[in-house]
Design a protein around this ligand. Structure first.
Ligand code: COA
Length: 143
């Protein structure tokens, strides 16, 4: 089941999957009070998360949402949960008349986002301390 979760609910998976066990305080995003957070549960266990908040990407116009903190518990990876969260967010944001979703995609995750219909919109760049990334975008006005 996918449902809205709180910013605090995301911190444990952000820490273990994305930040190498950093303290939960260090896994708070400044924008956590904006937008929404989604969680995929297996029984009662939260196994996959993502955060979406309003932020336009340069030169792509208004109505943008940024995706951050996409993470699946490694014990539950490859089961389709990440794709389910993206599809849930796409449906929700189309219903809310948003125009596009964009993200800083880790280079290692580009294949995942491509499978969900995202396209590359930048050259590769480094995020210090985290690694190489591309900007990617999903156009919500395509249908
Ligand atoms: C990337 C990540 C979120 C994918 O989540 P997931 O729940 O394992 O993904 P899914 O099972 O829904 O995969 C959907 C499809 O993408 C593919 N896929 C998943 N991760 C992939 C990757 N890193 N590269 C290429 N393809 C990938 C799957 O094989 C599957 O393909 P299929 O539709 O042909 O079966 C997860 O592996 C993760 O948390 N990785 C570490 C943190 C990370 O990199 N987060 C993204 C930061 S930008």
């Amino acid at each position: 089941m996918i449902k809205l979760i709180t910013d605090k609910d995301t911190l444990s998976l952000r820490s273990t999957v994305l930040r190498n066990g950093a303290s939960e305080d260090d896994c708070i995003f400044p924008t956590d009070g904006e937008g929404f957070h989604l969680g995929r549960f297996v029984k009662e266990k939260l196994v996959c998360i993502a955060t979406f908040f309003p932020e336009d990407y340069p030169d792509q116009g208004a109505g943008g949402y940024r995706l951050r903190g996409m993470a699946t518990d490694s014990a539950f990876a490859g089961k389709g949960y990440g794709a389910q969260i993206i599809n849930f967010a796409i449906d929700k944001l189309i219903a809310e008349n948003a125009s596009y979703i964009w993200c800083n995609a880790r280079s290692s995750a580009v294949g995942f986002y491509k499978k969900q219909g995202f396209e590359l919109i930048s050259d590769e760049f480094e995020v210090p301390g985290i690694g190489m990334h591309f900007n990617m975008m999903y156009n919500l006005n395509r249908i």
